[in-house]
Design a protein around this ligand. Structure first.
Ligand code: IMP
Length: 202
């Protein structure tokens, strides 16, 4: 069985990434950072999703010699000049807290009418092989920030986000439906052929 490491401690993110990889690549075993020996994880100092995803994937390969994937993602709100962006996880400070982040975002948009509440989730997936080959894919889903949270599936800003063309918030969607439309699903599915090819070579 071929193994790929996903460089995250975020259990919900890992669940989403694993679900998509296992469905698309037969016989793959997907490990997370809690399944390998701990190593020094470098800070995410870049101001792009791509840059931070690469930092995480490169560090994972260097520490484990396993083909490694990393996702860096966040929500970019038009009325906030595309913030929180790469600061999404800790938008309301540390430690990261989804409920507090959502409250802050709602407060920041309190006076913004429906027609100006557009936003997008963005995701960069980086894949780095032990040979040093590096690949990046980007996924985007546009939508609207709701006036209040709805639903309890997913994680992060999912209760506040309704994708264009959907009736429900991301947190009201089933796992399969979120995967089909999500920024992460799009980026990762575009990366799947590259990962499958690299694993076949090993
Ligand atoms: P990262 O772990 O540094 O990539 O932080 C990503 C942050 O962006 C998460 O903690 C969430 O706040 C937000 N985020 C990214 N993807 C999603 C998603 O699919 N749903 C909801 N929030 C997300």
């Amino acid at each position: 069985m071929s193994q790929v490491l996903v460089a995250t401690h975020n259990a919900k993110k890992l669940t989403e990434l694993r679900r998509i990889l296992v469905a698309e690549i037969s016989g793959v075993e997907v490990l997370g950072l809690d399944d390998v020996a701990p190593y020094d994880e470098p800070p995410e100092v870049e101001n792009t999703f791509e840059g931070n995803a690469l930092i995480k994937a490169r560090a994972a390969v260097a520490a484990t010699s396993m083909p490694s994937l990393a996702d860096d993602s966040g929500i970019c709100v038009d009325a906030l000049n595309s913030m929180p962006g790469v600061l999404s996880a800790r938008w309301s400070g540390t430690p990261r807290d989804d409920a507090r982040n959502n409250e802050l975002l709602l407060a920041q948009l309190a006076d913004i009418p429906d027609e100006r509440r557009h936003a997008e989730f963005r995701c960069a997936v980086a894949f780095v092989t032990p040979d040093g080959d590096e690949f990046i894919e980007i996924g985007v889903v546009r939508g609207t920030i709701l006036l209040a949270g709805r639903g309890s599936n997913g994680f992060g800003y999912d209760p506040l986000f309704r994708a264009d063309g959907q009736t429900y918030s991301n947190a009201e969607l089933s796992a399969d439906d979120k995967d089909r439309i999500s920024h992460r699903g799009r980026a990762l599915r575009d990366m799947v052929p590259t990962v499958a090819k690299a694993l076949r070579r090993r």
